[in-house]
Design a protein around this ligand. Structure first.
Ligand SMILES: C[S@@+](CC[C@H](N)C(=O)[O-])C[C@H]1O[C@@H](n2cnc3c(N)ncnc32)[C@H](O)[C@@H]1O
Length: 431
């Protein structure tokens, strides 16, 4: 039973942190249940305040670090702790990597899975994220920009961020100055660094204000933005000025980026995932089915190994892929279709005849779709995921259907966060 949260003023306890939980918070046992204390590492002796209590354990906050654990490191970012963008900068490198790999190991073991091959985790570098989603807020005359604090809607102002590309970093100060002089109380700031310039969307502005629109157009010119959009309260994007259609490059093919469409967090991460997927394709000569294809970051590179039938629910992503296919003479190699794969998974009978299936669902995974693939008899299946728990559940269905998990590649694309990306390779067992 959930009990009422006691914000602040909760009892204080002294304890030694035992391990780090799935969300990146250190914990220790209190009355037989875990007390999670963000920003702590194993071996830390701390004084913590109990903030809230639930059946699964207690949530706490660090009051004082009495003595540091052996794996404690100096966080590289001055905003770490207050800012909710990163959870694990206080952990030294080897312990950080071991923790991330441990999350995957736990999920795989829980599902009774043991890959034949599991190379060390791949990593993307700092300052490589190509999209950032921030909040801005007026505080008196100033406007501050930042991430939300952890488990809170409260904004933690930042001046710099080690995660994002320099072009995104350089945009923060001009955006802040612009919002300061506008009639602006609060809103989102979403920016993507595309191959041909920045794609910026701003929330919290009065879309009907003509003078503001003129000033925004001048701002787009001054910053040489590719596109500037307004974000409405209901989450829709209104492109205000398109100076160049923002494009990304998938496997050497330019693809127009619709506002807000899914993109892998970094070009480096996308390339690492593509390499992990296509390294298995050399022997594939027949057609490939790709499920949850987005705007085609895997589809286009995959089309070198066989004709790809790609499926996706998001119309804008499909239109972008379709446009790239047509204008680059790829129509004979790629056929993209709209399909809601949760309501209508590709059935085993529809998958027969493909030589490979690649699927990359959202965090919730694709249980029903995996159950159909398991019965399909397709010789090679590549499962891509950003969630070890649903990955393990879906892969278990495939293994129960007669596949062998031959290889798992892990990728740290969301640096200093608890997230891990995975690619699992499954081959139909011959025995
Ligand atoms: C993790 S993304 C992967 C996209 C693509 N593989 C890429 O790397 O760019 C998951 C994709 O699943 C799509 N999706 C979400 N729900 C869906 C559904 N019910 N049916 C089909 N696609 C869906 C999203 O639009 C998104 O493009």
């Amino acid at each position: 039973m959930r009990r009422r949260a006691r914000k602040g003023g909760g009892r204080q306890v002294e304890l030694t942190i035992e391990a780090i939980g799935g969300r990146g918070d250190g914990y220790a046992s209190v009355e037989g249940r875990p007390l999670f204390v963000p920003l702590t590492v194993p071996g830390d002796r701390v004084r913590a305040r109990v903030v809230s209590e639930a059946s699964a354990g207690f949530r706490g906050e660090l009051v004082e670090l009495l003595s540091p654990g052996a794996a404690r490191a100096e966080p590289p970012c001055p905003h770490f702790g207050a800012c909710g963008g990163c959870a694990l900068q206080m952990l030294e490198e080897p312990a950080y990597l071991a923790w991330k790999e441990g999350q995957v190991d736990k999920a795989l073991s829980h599902a009774g899975l043991a890959p034949l091959e599991w190379p060390p985790m791949l990593r993307t570098p700092p300052r490589s994220r190509r999209r950032v989603s921030l909040a801005a807020q007026r505080r008196g005359r100033e406007v501050v920009i930042g991430y939300r604090q952890r488990l809170s809607h409260r904004l933690a102002p930042i001046e710099s961020c080690l995660l994002i590309r320099p072009a995104l970093q350089d945009l923060l100060a001009p955006v802040r100055s612009f919002l300061q002089t506008a009639e602006f109380a609060a809103g989102d700031v979403v920016a993507t660094d595309c191959a041909n310039g920045l794609d910026l969307a701003l929330g919290g502005l009065q879309a009907a204000d003509l003078e503001l629109r003129e000033r925004l157009a001048a701002f787009a010119e001054a910053q040489d933005l590719a596109r500037l959009s307004l974000l409405d309260e209901d989450g829709t994007w209104e492109p205000l000025m398109v100076r160049r259609t923002p494009q990304v490059d998938f496997g050497g093919v330019p693809v127009a980026v619709p506002p807000g469409v899914f993109l892998q967090a970094s070009k480096e991460g996308e390339e690492a995932l593509v390499a992990a997927i296509t390294s298995e394709m050399s022997e594939t000569e027949g057609p490939i089915a790709e499920l949850f294809c987005g705007a085609g970051s895997f589809t286009i590179p995959l089309s070198r190994f066989g004709k790809v039938d790609a499926f996706e629910a998001d119309e804008a992503a499909l239109a972008a892929l379709d446009g790239a296919v047509r204008s680059n003479g790829l129509s004979g190699r790629i056929a993209a279709q709209r399909r809601d794969l949760y309501r209508q998974p590709l059935r085993a009978a529809e998958l027969k005849g493909y030589s490979a299936v690649v699927f990359d669902p959202p965090r919730a995974g694709a249980k029903d779709q995996a159950a159909q693939i398991a019965q399909s008899g397709v010789p090679l299946v590549v499962a891509v995921s950003c969630n070890p728990a649903t990955f393990a559940r879906d892969v278990r269905l495939l293994v129960d259907g007669g596949y062998r998990l031959t290889r798992v590649v892990t990728l740290d694309q969301f640096l200093w966060s608890p997230h891990v990306e995975l690619v699992g390779v499954l081959r139909l067992s011959s025995d």
